[in-house]
Design a protein around this ligand. Structure first.
Ligand SMILES: Cc1cc2nc3c(=O)[nH]c(=O)nc-3n(C[C@H](O)[C@H](O)[C@H](O)COP(=O)(O)OP(=O)(O)OC[C@H]3O[C@@H](n4cnc5c(N)ncnc54)[C@H](O)[C@@H]3O)c2cc1C
Ligand SMILES: Cc1cc2nc3c(=O)[nH]c(=O)nc-3n(C[C@H](O)[C@H](O)[C@H](O)COP(=O)(O)O)c2cc1C
Length: 746
């Protein structure tokens, strides 16, 4: 084994316990007490998991830990406390001493001050454990096999210690003339706390920290945090400013060599310690080796079992570290909301989790949120207690939604020549009865040629308005929901098959000609669209204006223009699909020119008291395509043209996109646009629980949450959520009996 950190030592002890006949040699270049870092953090849940592997080690750890339940957030002159978090701090040095003792007691051969310079010399062993940390020599030696990727983050941080005891896990957000400084501080033993200082690169440079020695760094931080340190000094221990490297490896093993801990993967310190991951790796690898006799099978099983959990934690760590990179964005929030967004920053801790941990804190957040919401909507607040965030109203111009859940647009591929029918009535009607505050129609096309498929709905003939009116009237007459139409033109993605017959695939017969900003087919085998002339553009603008007139006739409450997913207007916005050399191509301002012309034409027709939204793809997930920063500029332009709310989706611009999916994967884009542009946003994408909806809203990441598949799966999703949250919605009179009925599902 190379490396006597937490991963190496814990693994050695577990293997020796599994079979005392194992011969295990740990090579560690440092002395045992020669370690960097101060305290490591474990959650109660992690400790329980580790205890199952070796109760003796965790008992010793617990005996030396400092436990706390509280988090204290110091922000703009106030302190916001929150409780119920259950963490412990432990000195890294003590942890290593406990692990080394355990190893010695079991007969592991520990060789300190023994540096391995060429891992190949150890390959005669049955197994070579590369537990050699973040700068792993082994990983570098076999890099073509492990294929590591190192993402060096822009913020700078320094790991310091102090004798000041902190009763809670403590965050400071402090401005000085150079910028904003963040501190993560926690106690790990009597009179010892970790004190990590973090700043953006600009702030760090402005303060001259790029040229500071360790002593100068300490002196600077002691001056800056004199009040917070309450007379205590800061302690260094190779305390140099660093940039956090997020490390990933395509493969974790190579023959009999396996990477564990920081050598294999890192996760930002703001989501708990890398030490936890390192020790969990040790447990998983030892278990795999116990289960499988031969090493290659065990290493494959280890990676298969462990990788999903590690990658999920890395995704949580990624959003968490970005929150700390972007903290300046949130510095105008009111203290309670700032605390809520900080506590839920990883998108894994929800409103529901916090309610369990600290009901009083969440009650305060809910009351604050509801107060704002009812004032914004101009409607009277109900008697106490306040509704959870998702059941507060929201106003857009004269439209007041009764709650913050919307059914996202979903193509049904069931219309004939654009006519919505009974399927659409039942599809939308049942979801309106199901309690959503707002429904979106599927992408409804402004012309026959703009349809994705021959089965898409449209608003290009007067009969379409009448058919839509039947649905709109049903929704208005029977439910509290409002209904928006999503207008679109499929551009180069038109004339294709139904999703379930061949998504985006050209029709086998009966195709119609396509238009697009540039003559680039979607798939190599797709039709080549015609590059639009000015006359084509005029026609498309007029089609949108006519569709808007028809939408008014149908009685829709809100109108959304589809500028996402690679359809016509989206393909103007993305440089991958727009290669024009006229004033409609080139810069983002040019690429937005035609979409904005369409927007203005619609806005001019659509009644001033009714709101408009625009769906955008916040990122193309493709090199050379739009990035989230471009989406901010897109939203800024839309805002300037009178768009009320941006519907923030992503991708689908090109078939070979490389999206990063996961829970709430598009929500950070909505959050960024909302704060950087100051426009309302809708979040969409893998939102499936009411806890997530409440979290997104209370944290101010979006104003509305759109659910597609979740509300498709359960048309009564919103009612069900309301009932679970103890805030049941009144049933329609026909179902009055249900007001006194208690459902049982199991
Ligand atoms: C400066 C710094 C401070 C940190 N402080 C903390 C903290 O306070 N709390 C916390 O939770 N996390 C801290 N971390 C992160 C944490 O240390 C790691 O996530 C965790 O220790 C990973 O465990 P590991 O066993 O994989 O690697 P490590 O703990 O890094 O252990 C790797 C070991 O391998 C040894 N080694 C490397 N190469 C060789 C070689 N060629 N031959 C022999 N030995 C070798 C190293 O000396 C080291 O002891 C800190 C990280 C850094 C960089
Ligand atoms: C069957 C289906 C049809 C869809 N049709 C549309 C559409 O017409 N317009 C649109 O903007 N998005 C459409 N989408 C995308 C959804 O609106 C939504 O953005 C996406 O499904 C992610 O949300 P979810 O994770 O809640 O499903 C569709 C999605 C599904 C599953």
């Amino acid at each position: 084994m190379i490396g006597g950190g937490p991963a190496g030592l814990f693994f050695a002890s577990l293997m020796k316990q599994a079979d005392p006949a194992h011969e295990i040699v740990v090579h560690e270049r440092n002395r045992l007490d020669d370690t960097f870092g101060f305290g490591v953090v474990f959650s109660d849940a992690t400790e329980e998991a580790l205890a199952a592997a070796d109760p003796a080690v965790t008992a010793a750890m617990a005996a030396h830990s400092h436990r706390w339940d509280d988090i204290a957030i110091h922000y703009r002159g106030t302190t916001i406390p929150s409780t119920g978090h259950g963490f412990s701090g432990l000195s890294r040095r003590t942890l290593l001493a406990i692990l080394a003792d355990r190893c010695r007691g079991l007969g592991v051969d520990l060789r300190f001050q023994c540096e391995v310079t060429d891992p190949a010399t150890l390959r005669g062993a049955d197994l070579v454990l590369a537990a050699d940390g973040v700068n792993s020599l082994v990983r570098e030696r076999y890099r073509e096999h492990f294929a590591p990727a190192v993402d060096t983050r822009p913020n700078r941080f320094v790991w310091l210690g102090t004798a000041r005891p902190f009763p809670a896990f403590t965050f400071y957000f402090k401005r000085d003339p150079h910028g904003l400084w963040r501190v993560h501080a926690y106690q790990y033993e009597p009179e010892r706390s970790t004190f990590i200082v973090e700043a953006t690169e600009a702030t760090w440079r402005a303060a001259g920290m790029d040229r500071a020695s360790e002593a100068e760094t300490i002196a600077f931080c002691e001056r800056l945090f004199a009040d917070e340190l309450q007379g205590h000094g800061l302690i260094g221990n190779r305390s140099l400013w660093r940039s956090f490297p997020t490390i990933r490896n395509a493969r974790w093993s190579h023959g009999n060599v396996v990477l564990v801990g920081d050598a294999a993967h890192t996760a930002h310190f703001s989501v708990g310690s890398g030490t936890k991951l390192a020790m969990e790796d040790a447990v998983a690898l030892a278990a795999a080796l116990r289960q499988h006799g031969d090493v290659p099978a065990a290493l494959a099983a280890y990676e298969e079992a462990r990788r999903p959990a590690v990658e999920s934690l890395q995704r949580a760590a990624q959003v968490s570290l970005q929150w700390f990179e972007d903290t300046e964005r949130y510095m105008d929030l009111e203290p309670l909301q700032f605390a809520f967004t900080l506590l839920t920053r990883s998108l894994r801790i929800t409103h529901g989790n916090l309610k369990t941990r600290d009901p009083a804190f969440v009650a305060k957040v809910d009351a604050w949120f509801a107060d704002h919401a009812f004032r914004q909507a101009g409607t009277p607040a109900p008697a106490t207690p306040p509704p959870p965030p998702m059941f507060t109203p929201f106003r857009l111009r004269d439209l007041v939604l009764t709650n913050r859940v919307a059914v996202s647009p979903m193509c049904q591929y069931t219309a004939e020549d654009g006519m919505p029918n009974d399927w659409h009535l039942v599809h939308l009607g049942s979801r309106a009865m199901g309690g959503a505050g707002l429904l979106f129609t599927e992408m409804t096309d402004v012309s026959a040629e703009g349809r994705i498929s021959p089965f898409c709905t449209g608003l290009y003939r007067p009969e379409h308005a009448a058919a839509w009116k039947r649905i709109v009237d049903f929704v208005h007459a029977n439910t509290a929901a409002q209904i928006a139409v999503q207008l679109g033109h499929a551009g180069r993605k038109a004339s294709t098959q139904r999703m379930w017959e061949g998504d985006n695939q050209p029709l086998p017969a009966g195709n119609w000609p396509l238009v697009a900003p540039s003559p680039i087919p979607y798939f190599p085998h797709s039709q080549v669209p015609k590059e639009m002339t000015r006359a084509d553009m005029d026609r498309v603008v007029a089609d949108h204006a006519r569709a808007t007139e028809l939408a008014i006739a149908a009685g829709f409450d809100m109108l959304e223009i589809h500028m996402a997913h690679g359809y016509l207007l989206a393909s103007f916005i993305s440089a991958i699909t727009n290669r024009r050399t006229d004033e409609y191509g080139g810069s983002l301002v040019n690429r937005m020119r035609f979409p904005l012309e369409v927007f203005d034409a619609v806005r001019a027709v659509w009644p001033a008291e009714r709101p408009m939204s625009v769906r955008i793809s916040a990122v193309d997930w493709y090199p050379g395509g739009n990035e989230p920063a471009d989406a901010v500029e897109v939203a800024r332009l839309l805002h300037a043209h009178g768009c009320d709310i941006v519907d923030v989706s992503a991708g689908q611009t090109v078939p070979d996109q490389r999206p990063v999916y996961g829970r709430l994967f598009q929500t950070p884009f909505a959050d960024r646009i909302r704060h950087e542009v100051g426009i309302a946003t809708m979040a969409v994408g893998n939102i499936s629980s009411y806890a997530d909806v409440n979290t997104i809203l209370a944290a101010g990441r979006a104003d509305l949450c759109l659910l597609a598949r979740a509300h498709l799966w359960n048309p009564y999703w919103t009612r069900h959520a309301a009932w679970e949250l103890g805030y049941p919605l009144r049933w329609p009179d026909q179902y009055e009996t249900l007001n006194n009925y208690r459902p049982r599902f199991v």
